[in-house]
Design a protein around this ligand. Structure first.
Ligand SMILES: Nc1ncnc2c1ncn2[C@@H]1O[C@H](COP(=O)(O)OP(=O)(O)OP(=O)(O)O)[C@@H](O)[C@H]1O
Ligand SMILES: [Mg+2]
Length: 238
């Protein structure tokens, strides 16, 4: 598998007592479009940021091509293996639309902007002059400009009208199937999730206040993203 999480446990430094992810294991391969779903606050963004190497798990490992990403360093992982679309876009506010896309990688920025539906008149404008939905599309174009094999996107269609959202979904699918990338998208959109080959659900179980495994309507494979080693272990949690 290209990217793997093994028994990941995570809590934020500011609140070590609250375990956000516990025993999360999941494997992601090339040329596949994955959707991670789950209720608000269940840990989706947190999980994505660990896959991206923005931080390391408290325990457990993130593997890229079978190797712990800490071996070559999280910086190296972020730089070479991952392109990322954040929930809040993270565009560079003093650059133009086109310059932002060029930061992503060497691919033809104009072609990518055309593909995500940003008209030429906006290419040289400061990116903050674009609407929220347009900025979201610029962030996606920037991620598509990258040569990295993994594309991670947090709610990439959150601010888009249905038609534009459909176009972005098609683009993400093509990125997986034609460019052979591993595309992992976090979403609340049932429609987007329905388009993925594999849906992985992170769920906070009411009985145990920790993310719990749930098998959900996966289209071609049966796999769980969150695996507790045993029911018993959950009940042992304080
Ligand atoms: N920087 C942070 N410091 C401390 N706790 C955080 C931080 N970011 C998130 N959390 C907590 O971690 C938990 C998971 O948050 P996360 O953002 O991963 O959820 P999510 O599934 O992405 O939710 P949403 O669907 O609303 O985006 C929440 O309880 C949240 O309060
Ligand atoms: Mg989130």
């Amino acid at each position: 598998m290209l990217l793997e999480a093994k028994n990941v446990l995570y809590s934020y430094k500011s609140n070590r007592d609250k375990i956000v992810l516990k025993n999360v294991s999941a494997a992601f391969g090339e040329a596949t479009f994955y959707a991670i779903v789950g209720s608000s606050g269940s840990g989706k963004t947190t999980f994505l940021s660990l896959l991206a190497g923005l931080d390391h798990p408290v325990s457990g490992t993130i593997l890229y091509n079978g190797e712990d990403i800490r071996k070559k360093g999280l910086n190296n992982h972020r730089k070479h293996n991952i392109s990322l679309v954040f929930q809040n876009y993270n565009l560079i506010d003093y650059l133009t639309t086109e310059e932002n896309v060029k930061l992503g990688g060497k691919k033809d920025a104009e072609k990518l902007l055309r593909e995500v539906g940003i008209p030429g008149e906006d290419w040289k404008r400061n990116v903050l002059q674009l609407s929220g939905g347009q900025q979201q599309r610029v962030a996606i174009a920037r991620a598509l400009a990258s040569e990295a094999k993994v594309l991670l996107a947090d709610e990439p269609t959150g601010n888009l009208d249905e038609e534009t959202a459909d176009e972005i979904i098609d683009l993400l699918k093509k990125t997986a199937h034609e460019l052979g990338k591993c595309v992992i998208v976090v979403t609340h959109s049932k429609h987007l999730a329905g388009e993925a080959e594999m849906r992985k659900k992170i769920k906070q179980n009411e009985k145990y206040p920790l993310p719990n495994a749930e098998r959900c309507g996966m289209i071609s494979h049966v796999e769980t993203v969150v695996q507790h080693s045993s029911q018993k272990e959950e009940t042992d949690e304080k």
